[in-house]
Ligand binder design. Sequence first.
Ligand code: ATP
Length: 465
Amino acid sequence: MEKSTDKMEKIVSLAKRRGFVFQGSEIYGGFVGAFDYGPYGVELAQNIKSAWWQAMVNREKDIVGLDSAIVTHPRVWEASGHVGGFSDPLVECKDCNTRSRADHLLEAIEVFADEKMTVEEINGVFDENRSKLKCPQCGKQNFGSVRQFNLLAQTNLGNFSEDWTKEPTYLRGETCQGIYINFKNVLDSTRVKVPFGIAQIGKAFRNEIAPRQYIFRKREFEQMEMQMFVAPEAEMEVYEVWKEKRMQYYLDLGFKAENLRWHEHENLVFYAKAAFDIEYNFPFGFKEMEGVHARGDYDLSQHQKFSGVSMEYLDPYTNEKYVPHVVETSVGVDRTFLAVMTEFYDEDELGGETRVVMRFPKKLAPIKVAVFPLLKNKPQLVAKAEEVFALLSAEMRAEFDDNGNVGKRYRRQDEIGTPHCVTIDFETLGQEKPELADTVTVRNRDTGEQERVAITELVGYLSAN
Ligand code: ATP
C-alpha cells in the first residue's frame, strides 16, 4: 500500500512541476502560509468555485449571491465575537521557539482539546499530558504554558494615525460576516422572503499559528459560504436538508463515498444548535473540509445589538416578527482543491509505460481539450490545427500544444487531467486517404483509446463524451 506521505509528496511535486500551485514569494525564499495558483491551478480553482456557485446559487431558487468588501467597519468583528474570542491555543517551545497549536499536539496523541476551551481548561489538559508531548521541530519537551492567540489580522487601511494598532481595522477572518451585515439590504432590494439564503465566495485571512499541510491551512485563503435565513422553528429541519445536500454535492462531483465522512463537533459554542463537519480523507488522514452549522439567531442578534439596526423580519403570511435563525455551509476553496487533487490523482500503465493521470471530472478539468498539429514544422498542419483551436476555444477551455513529440504531449496533458487531445495529421489534410480529409484523431485520457472524428462534429463529440 502507498504511504500517505508518498501521495502528498507526489501531489505537491506534480502541482509545482505542472503549474498548479507554487510556494508564495518563492524567489524570496517563500512566505509562510501563502501559496500562488499557477496557470492550471487558477483554472481548477475557478472550476471548483463555478461548480459550487452552480449548485448553491444557480440551482437554488431561494439563494442569491453577494460579493462584500474584505475590510469592514471594525465593529463588525466586535459584534461577531472575533476581537474578543477568535483565538487558537498557542504553546511555544522554550528551546527552539517554535510555536505550535496546543490542541493539535494533543490531537496527535489522541487527547481531545479544541479552541473553544478556556485557557485554564486547555492548560490543565496540556499539563496532564506534558510527559507525552514533544516539540515537532526539535523534539524537546520544554514547552511554556498555553496562551490564547487571536487569529484576526489587522490592517491600517483607511487609518492614518501614527499608532493605528490602537484602533485597527481587520482583514476579514471569514466571509459570512459580510453576508450578515447585508441581510437587510438583500431583503429590501430583491424578491426574497424568509427562508432564503445568501452565498458568497471570497478571501479570508487568519493569523494561523502553524500553517501546515500545504494548502490545507493557509493564512490567506478563500471560502465559499452560504447562510440560509430561516424562521426559528424551521432551523433544524432546514439544517438536515443542507446536511444531506452538501454530502450529495461531493458524491455528484465524483468523490468516492469512502473518502468522505461526517464528524460531529464535541464542543458546541453556546449559541449553536448543531455543528457537523464533512471530513475528507486527505493524504494525512480524515480532516475537516466543510462545516455545516445551525447557528440560532446569534449572528443577526449580535449585529442588531452592536449596530442598533433592527434585524427583525416580519413574516408577511403569519405576521410574526422574529430575528431569523441561520443555517450555514462553509467550505474552503483551497481545501477542496487539495481534496480534488488527492481524489483524482492516479497512476496506471498505458502502452507498457507507467503514467501519472489526473482523472478530474470534465467539469473540473483545467483544460477540456488540447489541440496538437502532428508536426510543428509543417505549416499546413499548423494552420489547420490553429483553425481547429479557434473552433474549440470558442466553446470550451482549450490549449494549443506543438512542443515535442505527440507521446510527450499526451503525457503532459494526462498529468494536468485534460479529458481529450485532438491531433491534426496528414490524414486531416486529405493527403493520404481522401475519405479522412477534415477528420482528426481524438484521444481519450482515461482509456488512451483513439477515434477518428470529423471536425464539423468535434464540438458535439467533446461535449457528449
Ligand atoms: P480548522 O479547525 O481546520 O482550523 P475551522 O473550524 O476554524 O477549521 P471554519 O472557521 O469552520 O474552519 O471555516 C470554514 C472552512 O474554511 C473550513 O472548513 C475550511 O475549509 C476553510 N478554512 C478555515 N481555515 C482555513 C485555513 N487556515 N486555510 C484554508 N482553509 C481554511
